[in-house]
Write a protein that binds this ligand. Structure first.
Ligand code: MIC
Ligand code: SF4
Length: 646
């Protein structure tokens, strides 16, 4: 029996456990990346572990999220990260160099290697055949220290691509189709592998758009083979020597197979407020729009920007529309300038933004009240744009550009002949914004520069024998990390200040959440299915921890968030009978008698007592041995110190 691409890479990196579906496995991690919004915390955690120098083959710290500097906080964090990177052996990508995933694909990713990043879109590098996972900051800190990254061995899904995309139909339309088929929770516990003859018709940036947005499926990761097209891309990046072919065996076995005929796809859009709320642009019809934004780690490659420039050339942005464009990296930006395409964008009336995450994470460009905004981004969760009633549609760069001209949602295939674009055989290489670390011999003289905004992260204690806490909050299905710990220009600068952040926790669901937690002294959260989808931000666990949350009881969890809860020492519990979700009301008092012993003994089930109603509620203790030990220790940091594992 042959192996899938992911199985081959997993087997080559397996350091703990057996690669059997559903088992806990530990993987050796070759590369790590961080971005600044999660990086400050990750590096504080790394420092707390006391490892002097990273033990990975390559670790890179990017500054791309918190680039709007309306006070000292973000600039202080950038400086802190730069100094930690220099001291501890990490490459530092300066602000202005671009978005972590775009740059990592261009300059660092290597087929067949493993990567974890403190950002949920780290699977972007799956576009070149790398096994790349989004993870919490603490997991990344452990990997930098040489520790294994633990996951549950996923199921394997194969998406068979046949045919070829029609003119004006784009890689974004492919992943929107996958989202339509599988939904935002359809990928949980699965690795999505792309194969079939259609793969050869897709360039690396197109593949990366698809693997990037696999995060929205809830998948562990997504991956393409590394083939001749990958080799050409890497050679054009002057990295031909890093190329290694990576393929699935012909007789590889998959748990699920989905067939997509590329030639049958039409331009699509994800409608407010979920990435799987997908319809064809033609079906939605010509709704009037207020804003178009092009960029983000999903669609900011040179290929995407050249396409947009070709569509906008000689045209003017509709008078009722504001068009913002953020190229993904300095390489992309500079090449657009050199070939004149930037001039076409400017002439058409685009507002050129810095190459960074920008509006994707609510750093500026919030739409007008109730405004309809078309974005080439990957998430359209309610309120994420910074405008509470903003209506965000996720579309391809082609649909975005066409609509910016007409002022209404427009199917680009109606525009007539699709302008050809010429992709270079050689990219412009200039890594002058990537600062190498100090040599080991000089690391002791590097001073760490901390600003006043950096506060210590919450300290955890070993799990108590028993506890009683009220259900302070009850929420429904598909709660995102943006609900739990919102981002945006006003809040993001405080990512290293948990006490300050705590006042915004769950604000969208219950204005008084933080206050109520403080009043209660300790708390439990009740959630529906796919709780914690979206971002890798461990703040969505650390802030509730700070507020006294001890357990979260749900119908099901999203992968990265459940790992972050365990890493923070908060107990994630799933209802054995989903109907018991209805057996708890807000403010019911819940008793967890003997929870420590139950977890320590390896019990699979536990009865939570609802003291308000008298009902006993069975929940699953669905944990690996290692996860049990982490929970007992009061989180991964305590556990790592205890084990002296690094
Ligand atoms: C996001 O797209 O939500 C972010 C901001 O990139 C997050 C990370 C964060 O919250 O800092 C992610 O996707 O992990
Ligand atoms: Fe940045 Fe948006 Fe990508 Fe997150 S999804 S890494 S905020 S561009």
């Amino acid at each position: 029996m042959g192996f899938t691409i992911a199985e081959k890479i997993i087997r080559a990196h397996l350091v703990e456990g057996e690669a059997v579906k559903g088992n806990d496995i530990g993987l050796k991690i070759d590369q790590t990346l961080t971005q600044d919004a999660t990086g400050t915390m990750a590096y504080l955690e790394f420092e707390a572990m006391g490892v002097p120098r990273v033990k990975t083959e390559r670790s890179v710290a990017y500054i791309d999220h918190n680039t709007l500097q309306t006070g000292f906080e973000n600039a202080d964090d950038h400086r802190f990260i730069a100094s930690v990177a220099k001291k501890h052996g990490i490459y530092f990508s300066r602000p202005g160099n671009g978005i972590c995933h775009q740059i990592h694909l261009e300059r660092f990713g290597i087929p067949g290697k493993t990567l974890i990043g403190s950002d949920s879109h780290t699977p972007t590098c799956g576009g070149i055949g790398m096994l790349a996972f989004g993870a919490g900051g603490l997991d990344v800190a452990v990997a930098m220290g040489g520790g294994a990254y633990h996951i549950t061995m996923p199921k394997m899904v194969r998406i068979n691509l046949t045919g070829k995309l029609r003119p004006y139909v784009s890689a974004k339309d492919v992943i929107l189709e996958v989202l339509r088929i599988m939904s935002v929770k359809g990928g949980v516990g699965k690795i999505i592998e792309y194969g079939g003859e259609g793969v050869q018709t897709l360039s690396v940036p197109e593949r990366a758009t698809i693997t990037n947005m696999g995060a929205e499926l809830g998948a562990s990761t997504s991956i393409f083979p590394a083939d001749e097209i990958t080799r050409q891309f890497m050679e054009a990046q002057e990295r031909g020597d890093d190329f290694v072919p990576v393929y699935a065996d012909d007789d590889a076995v998959y748990d699920e197979i989905i067939n997509i005929d590329l030639s049958a796809l039409r331009p699509a859009a994800a409608m407010p407020h979920m990435p799987d709320n997908v319809k064809s642009v033609a079906e939605i019809g010509p709704i009037k729009i207020d804003q178009v934004l092009i960029g983000s780690c999903t669609n900011s490659s040179l290929r995407d920007m050249l396409r947009v420039a070709a569509i906008l050339k000689g045209k003017t942005v509709h008078p009722d529309v504001s068009l913002g464009i953020a190229p993904g990296s300095k390489q992309v930006f500079n090449m657009l300038a050199q070939c004149g395409a930037l001039s076409d964008l400017i002439a058409a009336g685009a507002r050129i933004l810095e190459c960074a995450c920008g509006p994707c994470i609510g750093m500026g460009q919030s739409p007008n009240s109730g405004g309809i905004s078309l974005r080439t981004f990957n998430r359209n969760f309610e309120g994420r744009s910074g405008t509470a009633d903003g209506q965000i549609y996720l579309v391809s760069p082609e649909t975005a550009a066409a609509s910016a001209i007409t002022g209404v949602l427009t199917d680009p295939t109606t525009l007539g002949e699709c302008p050809e674009i010429q992709m270079p055989t050689h990219f412009l290489i200039n890594d002058n914004m990537i600062v190498p670390p100090a040599p080991e011999s000089e690391m002791d003289s590097v001073k760490i520069l901390r600003g006043p905004n950096i506060k210590p992260f919450p300290v955890t204690k070993p799990l108590e024998k028993s506890f009683e806490s009220p259900a302070v909050l009850k929420v429904g299905d598909n709660i995102t990390t943006d609900h739990i710990m919102p981002a945006g220009a006003k809040i993001l600068p405080f990512r290293s200040n948990i006490p300050y952040l705590s006042q915004f926790c769950f604000k969208q669901c219950d204005e008084h959440f933080a206050e109520n937690c403080k009043k209660a002294g300790s708390a439990v959260i009740i959630g529906g299915a796919n709780y914690g989808q979206g971002s890798s931000r461990e703040h969505a666990a650390l802030v509730p921890l700070y507020l006294g949350v001890k357990a979260v009881m749900t119908k099901s969890f999203a992968r990265i968030h459940v790992a972050n809860l365990i890493n923070a020492g908060i107990i994630p519990l799933t209802f054995e009978n989903e109907a018991d979700y209805d057996a708890i009301s807000k403010d019911d008092l819940l008793a967890f008698d003997g929870i420590r012993d139950a977890i320590a003994s390896g019990a699979q089930s536990f009865a939570v007592q609802n003291k308000t109603t008298g009902k006993s509620i069975p929940v699953a203790l669905d944990f690996s041995t290692r996860q049990r030990e982490i929970l007992l220790a009061g989180g991964l940091l305590n556990y790592t110190k205890q084990q002296n594992a690094l």
